[in-house]
Design a protein around this ligand. Structure first.
Ligand code: IPE
Ligand code: IPE
Ligand code: MG
Length: 248
């Protein structure tokens, strides 16, 4: 952590936590054992992000498309999420972490949803890191939902279709009010977005690592932040413009 510049810590880090199944397979274990080991990596990264002063951490835990996995894996994952939340909530409270969930709650089994809601309530007073768990989430689901919300406002005469702005669309996203991710990390070696935060990632720095999620630790996280800090974010401008504004 000493190697990172504390003045340029990303405010929002998003993570595609991939590689649990391969981690388990390499050890001759069931895929679900990889998910269990993945929970330990979540704890390590939440702690590392809190310590570094990251304000928002969004973890992709279960995608809309993951509902198409074998039913026993889906059941095991939903069970694990409920179990892990119950076990980890005291630690989250202690560290001032505020839990939030983004995704389609209607598809989450009642018992898991209850654990989530109770953990969200219990951590509501946290003043440190906001942890967004993306569960039953996909960006196309979210963008379609935003289109529905805006269309019904137009129908209801609240707004004119022609007046819809970029900010209005952002306000209909599940991340309304949060800064867009500065940094996206994907573990597990694949270089794709897999339907995650398509709207919000417009100008995020992308960091891909072949490390499998259960092996990811604080050092790996800080290495990603160091790489992020070595990049020049231009947002469409020229390097000269960026340098002259950072000098003033
Ligand atoms: C990521 O690990 C966790 C979830 C998608 C729930 P995977 O289960 O996708 O692991 P691999 O990619 O098969 O190794
Ligand atoms: C992305 O991983 C979703 C999560 C990490 C929750 P996947 O393993 O589902 O992604 P693909 O199928 O390899 O694109
Ligand atoms: Mg995967």
């Amino acid at each position: 952590m000493e190697s990172i510049d504390s003045h340029r810590v990303p405010a929002h880090v998003a993570v595609i936590m991939d590689g649990n199944g391969r981690w388990a397979k390499a050890r001759g274990l069931e895929r679900s054992a990889g998910h269990v080991a993945g929970v330990d990596a979540v704890r390590r990264v939440v702690e590392a992000a809190s310590k570094a002063g990251v304000r928002y951490l969004t973890l992709y835990a279960f995608s809309t498309e993951n509902w198409n996995r074998p039913q026993d894996e889906v059941d095991a994952l939903m069970h694990l999420i409920a179990y892990a939340l119950e076990r980890e909530t005291p630690g989250l409270i202690e560290n001032g972490v505020r839990l939030n969930m983004i995704g389609d709650v209607d598809r989450i089994p009642a018992a898991s949803l209850e654990s989530l809601r109770s953990s969200i309530r219990a951590t509501a007073g946290g003043e440190g890191l906001q942890l967004n768990l993306a569960l039953s989430y996909s960006a196309r689901w979210e963008i379609t939902r935003a289109a529905n919300i805006l269309a019904s406002r137009v129908n209801g005469g609240e707004i004119n279709a022609g007046d819809i702005t970029d900010a209005d669309v952002s306000a209909c996203m599940t991340t309304a009010g949060m800064p867009d991710p500065d940094l996206l990390i994907r573990t597990g070696g694949d270089k794709r977005i897999s339907n995650f935060l398509l709207w919000q990632l417009a100008y995020s720095e992308l960091y891909f690592t072949s490390t499998l999620w259960p092996d990811f630790d604080a050092e790996c996280f800080y290495r990603a932040i160091m790489e992020y800090q070595s990049r020049e974010r231009r947002f469409g401008k020229t390097s000269e413009q960026i340098q002259s504004s950072s000098n003033t």
